[in-house]
Ligand binder design. Structure first.
Ligand code: HAM
Length: 404
């Protein structure tokens, strides 16, 4: 028997109401904040992610579904995330000419070749938004506010917002050098990934999950360098202003100096939101500012900030929405009449079902009481008399109706 691929999941009819509710709430909330929906293709040129997400990241190095089809086709990749794709579209469609801020949101499947485990799939879904054209920290505050408002709208209140500033390329380069100098004596003790990160992007080492690396980062002399206030005055002011805004709107956050995020495009603000209710280690949502990405992908220098949320992770934290019963079940051994009646009921906006197999009345009523609130009974007497018998399946009360 052919089964769904490892790390992929069918979203079955009994889960779909929850998914639809998530999408509806996101759409309502984002629209009220003036974000417009964008739908970009699920595959893009591989180059987009190599340049955008960064070729020192795990996502690009280990997790991309990359292939080429046909003889002369270029290499393409199933999107592992959607910020790079939205930026590509923003540049390609001249959205740089629109008056800022340009606000976009999306929902769709993403693909990462990861070892499947709880909260980690190979095909998963993200809801995200991206705000272009504003460098001021009010934009970061709005994005974080919408992220937390959305989670609250989904019934999640026990949240931790982790926040950090990665500085701008200027201050960060100096910091990177200091981290490299501090870690140089331990280089041969670091894991193979960190050896590569040491050369390509030393900050990514701080995110390493390897226990031996973590022990090294905990050493006094290393920790001192890591925890040092390295950001320049401009970045510091930006971060302070953001924190003030968050205080103003009562968003609680904790500063996490180790928060570097797994994508290379971030500048200044980075954040993640975790839910405390299930003690889950996994972030439901992550994002940050990426002021260099639009230019790096061929556009004009454009500041930007955004976040994305994992829909499967969100689903695991919220109550499932149960299916409602139908308004009517038409009970009749004459499918032509039943068919006509459900047609009329549905046209009037009711949900209605009927029996297609001419089964006995008792069987049909048994089914009706399981799936509908009311039964419309049409037998010989009803046809002769030109009326309907409507039975309330909760109370058992039956009434004669001329019209339905
Ligand atoms: P990310 O942190 O890689 O950021 O992913 C965002 C969210 O997607 C995660 O917090 C998690 O809930 C979900 N997620 C990621 N990988 C998986 C997986 N394998 N299985 C299930 N869920 C997963 C980004 O993707 C950035 N593009 C976010 C962003 C937008 N930054 C700025 N704008």
């Amino acid at each position: 028997m052919i089964k769904a691929q490892r790390g992929t999941k069918d979203i079955l009819p009994d889960e779909i109401l929850t998914w639809q509710d998530i999408q509806k709430k996101a759409q309502e909330l984002f629209q009220r904040a003036n974000y417009k929906e964008i739908r970009t293709p699920v595959f893009e040129a591989t180059e987009l992610f190599k340049r955008g997400v960064g070729d020192s990241t795990d996502i690009v190095n280990k997790e991309m579904y990359t292939f080429s089809v046909g003889n002369n086709e270029n290499s393409i990749t199933l999107r592992p995330e959607n910020t790079a794709g939205v930026v590509r579209s923003y540049i390609e469609h001249g959205m740089e000419r629109l008056s800022p801020p340009v606000k976009l949101w999306y929902m769709g499947p993403m693909f990462r070749y990861e070892r499947p485990q709880a909260g980690r799939q190979r095909q998963f879904h993200q809801i995200g938004l991206e705000l272009f054209g504003i460098k001021e920290p009010a934009a970061d505050a709005e994005v974080i506010m919408i992220a937390t408002e959305f989670l609250k709208a989904m019934g999640l209140y026990d949240l931790t917002v982790s926040l950090n500033s990665l500085g701008c390329p200027n201050c960060r380069n100096k910091y990177k050098e200091e981290i490299k100098n501090a870690l140089k004596p331990y280089l041969d003790k670091l894991c193979d990934d960190c050896k590569v990160r040491f050369e390509k992007n030393p900050l990514r080492m701080l995110d390493c999950k390897n226990e031996e690396c973590k022990i090294i980062f905990e050493k006094e002399e290393i920790k001192e360098v890591i925890l040092k206030d390295f950001i320049c005055d401009e970045c510091k002011n930006h971060f302070e202003e953001l924190k003030n805004y968050l205080n103003e709107i009562n968003i609680k956050y904790e500063i996490d100096k180790m928060l570097v995020r797994g994508l290379d495009y971030y500048t200044r603000t980075v954040f993640e939101v975790k839910s405390n209710s299930l003690g889950s280690q996994n972030a439901i949502l992550g994002g940050g500012r990426y002021d260099g990405l639009v230019e790096m992908l061929g556009g004009k220098p454009t500041p930007a900030v955004g976040f994305a949320l994992g829909v499967e992770r969100l689903c695991s934290l919220i109550n499932k929405i149960e299916d409602k019963k139908l308004d009517y079940f038409v009970v009749s051994t004459m499918p032509d009449i039943a068919l006509k009646t459900v047609f009329e009921l549905r046209k009037k906006g009711f949900s209605a079902e009927f029996d297609m197999q001419k089964r006995k009345f008792a069987k049909q009523l048994e089914k009706a009481s399981k799936i509908a609130n009311k039964a419309v009974i049409i037998g010989e007497d009803e046809i002769k008399g030109g009326y309907y018998t409507v039975k309330d399946l909760t109370t058992g009360v039956q009434a004669r109706e001329e019209k339905i």
